[in-house]
Design a protein around this ligand. Structure first.
Ligand SMILES: [Zn+2]
Length: 479
């Protein structure tokens, strides 16, 4: 029988250091430092995702995070160019394609906007979409990347930082505006480099919780004629209503995909063993349905592989994407065999139960939606960062799940245990974790490198219990 595989199985960085095995506490998110740790974790991760079955890596931050200089070519030193070339070689040596994360009019233009009134509209993080000078600058960035680096495609990100709402730009509604800038950028790349893969990600296209109305589909179909993949990520719900999806995909001239329904955004400044939250089963259920609706592309977020929940989830998802008819529990067993080298069938069974039960324990005792009225210092800090649906806030369910506050304005805090759980849920979750801890300990009899891996699982669970106890002692979170 034919395997029911996704064709474009893209691992999404997102940023250069999001899958780093050590936290970064001295720099603001998103850090784009390239040091020895970046390089060695990069090599490890590219080897891992290739073995798991991913076909490409989509990556932001090779050159800059927010600041192209006015003189575009001066963005990096010759030393950094050598390092970036080395990272790209690492990607290609593992038979992966590099999809370069390209901010379209935004993500990279903060300094230029600040210093250049000719491209400045109403948004200090996004150039005005009606100025000729902005289009010229955008093309200069593309020329620089395309002429100097061996990229295989581009991820176009136009909406994540909002948009210009000057008098000229305001004549277009959000969907038409973002699609026009993406299309204009895609056409420019196509004209110069027709063979490059072009992907558009919808992050920020609409307020979280809204859907693209069916009467606006034609604008996306138009865009679809210029690009290869349209990723409706689903940071807080997809923008294509699930019941419309099958028909939408059938009419879309390019491929449609999501980011797997649920993912953890790696906390830059956290100890990598502070959480144990595998989500393979949840994501596999979403991806199977997506496949049946006609999707053949997706991009799934990476994370630090020394977090055992992250490693096993990504390994199983990579395998699952190669044939969605596979049974998820069989893939967890494959992870026990291949990653943990557990050859004893009874021990493998305990391992499968451990990961299955850990996922259930969290999702059975947490709320999918965000709790309101939480003091800011205990929240993820994204409420004011994004636009939220005025009519259907209840639809804005992550999707993208933050464990700590994204921008790190407050001391590190396990916001996910406060924002999605109440006192009762936390007590129950803690009890379940106690059982999981016993299961993990029972597997500490296995030897070699696997012992250290099991020990990491044990420490993760202990650390979550410690966080739960800490929250239990904060009166205002236990009303
Ligand atoms: Zn404008």
């Amino acid at each position: 029988m034919d395997k029911k595989a996704f064709h474009h199985r893209i691992a999404f960085g997102v940023w250069l250091n999001d899958f780093r095995n050590e936290p970064i506490t001295s720099q603001k998110w998103p850090s784009v430092i390239i040091d020895q740790q970046t390089i060695s974790d990069f090599q490890q991760t590219m080897g891992f995702i290739h073995r798991a079955g991913f076909t490409a890596i989509d990556l932001f931050g090779l050159l800059t995070n927010r600041d192209w200089p006015q003189d575009i070519e001066r963005v990096i030193s010759s030393d950094r160019k050598v390092l970036v070339d080395r990272l790209i070689e690492t990607i290609h040596s593992h038979n992966l394609e590099l999809i370069y994360g390209l901010g379209v009019y935004s993500w990279g233009f903060d300094t230029i906007i600040r210093n250049n009134p000719e491209v400045r509209g109403t948004n200090l993080s996004a150039m005005c979409g009606s100025r000729e000078k902005a289009r010229v600058l955008m093309e200069k960035v593309i020329d620089f990347v395309g002429e100097n680096f061996a990229v295989d495609g581009y991820h176009l990100e136009v909406a994540d930082q909002g948009r210009c709402r000057c008098e000229d730009c305001s004549k277009e509604d959000d969907i038409a505006y973002y699609n026009r800038l993406n299309q204009q950028t895609a056409i420019y790349i196509r004209t110069r480099w027709p063979e490059k893969l072009l992907l558009v990600n919808t992050s920020g296209y609409l307020p979280w919780g809204d859907w693209i109305p069916a009467e606006d589909f034609h604008s996306v179909f138009d865009l679809g004629r210029t690009i290869d993949i349209f990723i409706d990520g689903g940071n807080h719900g997809q923008f294509i209503y699930e019941k419309d999806r099958q028909q939408f995909i059938a009419q879309l001239p390019c491929q449609y995909g999501t980011s797997g329904g649920f993912w953890i955004y790696p906390p830059q400044r956290w100890d990598r063993l502070r959480w144990f939250l595998p989500y393979f089963l949840r994501s596999a259920a979403h991806l199977r349905q997506l496949y049946w609706d006609g999707s053949r592309s997706c991009e799934l977020y990476l994370g630090p592989l020394n977090n055992p929940g992250t490693e096993v989830t990504l390994f199983c998802l990579g395998r699952f994407l190669q044939d969605v008819d596979q049974k998820p529990l069989d893939l967890l067993e494959a992870a026990a065999e291949e990653i943990y080298q557990i050859h004893n069938p009874r021990q493998r069974q305990i391992f499968v139960e451990l990961f299955h039960d850990a996922e259930m324990a969290f999702f059975n005792h947490s709320f999918p939606h965000r709790l309101t009225n939480l003091p800011e210092k205990y929240s993820d800090g994204i409420d004011t960062l994004f636009q939220w649906s005025k009519v259907h806030q209840e639809r804005a369910i992550p999707g993208e799940f933050f464990l700590d506050s994204l921008l790190g304005e407050y001391p590190p805090f396990p916001v996910y245990l406060a924002l999605h759980m109440n006192r009762e849920g936390r007590l129950r979750y803690r009890k379940e974790l106690g059982k999981l801890l016993k299961m993990a300990k029972s597997l500490l009899v296995i030897g070699g490198e696997s012992w250290y891996r099991m020990r990491s699982i044990e420490r993760c669970i202990q650390n979550v219990i410690q966080d739960l106890d800490m929250i239990h002692a904060i009166p205002e979170l236990n009303i």
